[in-house]
Design a binder for this molecule. Sequence first.
Ligand SMILES: Nc1ncnc2c1ncn2[C@@H]1O[C@H](COP(=O)(O)OP(=O)(O)OP(=O)(O)O)[C@@H](O)[C@H]1O
Ligand SMILES: [Mg+2]
Length: 378
Amino acid sequence: MDDSSALYLGLISGTSADGIDAALASFENGRPQLQAALTHPWPQPLRERILAVAQDEQRLDLDAYGRLDVEIGQCFAEAALALLERSATPASGVRAIGSHGQTLRHRPSGAFPFTLQIGDPSVIAERCGIEVVADFRRADVAAGGQGAPLLPAVHAMLLARPGHDRVVLNLGGIANITLLAGDGRVLGFDTGPANGLLDAWCLRHRGEAYDRDGAFAASGRVNEALLHELLADAYFALPPPKSTGREHFHLAWLEGHARLAGLSPADVQATLLELTARSVAEAIGRHADAAEDVLACGGGVHNPLLMRRLSELLAPRELHSSAAFGVDPDYLEATAFAWLARQRLLGLPGNLAQVTGASGPRVLGAVHAAPQSPSSAG
Ligand SMILES: Nc1ncnc2c1ncn2[C@@H]1O[C@H](COP(=O)(O)OP(=O)(O)OP(=O)(O)O)[C@@H](O)[C@H]1O
Ligand SMILES: [Mg+2]
């Protein structure tokens, strides 16, 4: 298949469910290049339902589940259509959409490991008139992997610096790091919580979806006793491969810690920010000590307090936004799902088995035909 001029469109809503990121990418020598992107807002009531279900505050019966799947699919389709319109791209100019969907559960360990992303891909294909690849994580989990993280392969393509060890740090709802070793080796795993907990605490005590610029955290003081208790969670000491999500690091997890009692909400916010910074810095110190620099992406790069603490803890390594290296920190993930869709159509693997722990490379994702699929179109 010669698709050197084809565009692919990536869609994802991450664990923060802060919005649906859509990215249109072209490819040069297999490397994705971002052409256009936007973040499409969730209707607030739908976002609240997603978060409640994802952190187990609300149970779903089968009817509610089926309906949620379609509602999310419709919103993903709207995000894709908005990007096509804004970039004046006809649907016929897009070879495929790679849709991550919305994660509701991620339990990649145990006797019946699974990971669940929803947002009906057939609805997206029907509304957009474009073939959709979705369900990227399941094949990796079936092969004994974590199904996550899937970004390291794209980090390696776009940000590796041969001869030098470098870390790419994604500050999403959860934080994950990719070690790009100077000799070409790639490792990566979720370090633990990031914006997800900060958002949840801020919403509860401030009524705001996130702590803009870290102002709420800056008004409090880190409580070392609580921080110590939180850092004792077994997840932080687990060896990679490992991945986690909202089903573990949520408000009920935080509230299960005795040291929370009596603290002011601002002090807790400050402590949660410090928890993110310390757990990331410790993971880098333990697994990527030789890294010379750390390139950050994800929404957390916009939190100056978090970036300052990370910068202090990571010194003498330099911390930069990936933007300094020409990679938009807000759309790297969506771009990765455009790349994953292309890998699927080319019949090429999407995972890095040494990262996810799968028993080998796997072609990821299921293809959902467009109403007029390219192969059947005249
Ligand atoms: N100006 C800002 N100040 C503080 N935090 C910010 C700012 N801008 C964005 N953020 C944070 O970034 C979050 C969104 O980040 P992002 O989209 O990378 O997360 P995500 O969708 O959960 O991704 P992932 O799938 O990687 O977990 C917001 O929920 C918010 O917490
Ligand atoms: Mg997001």
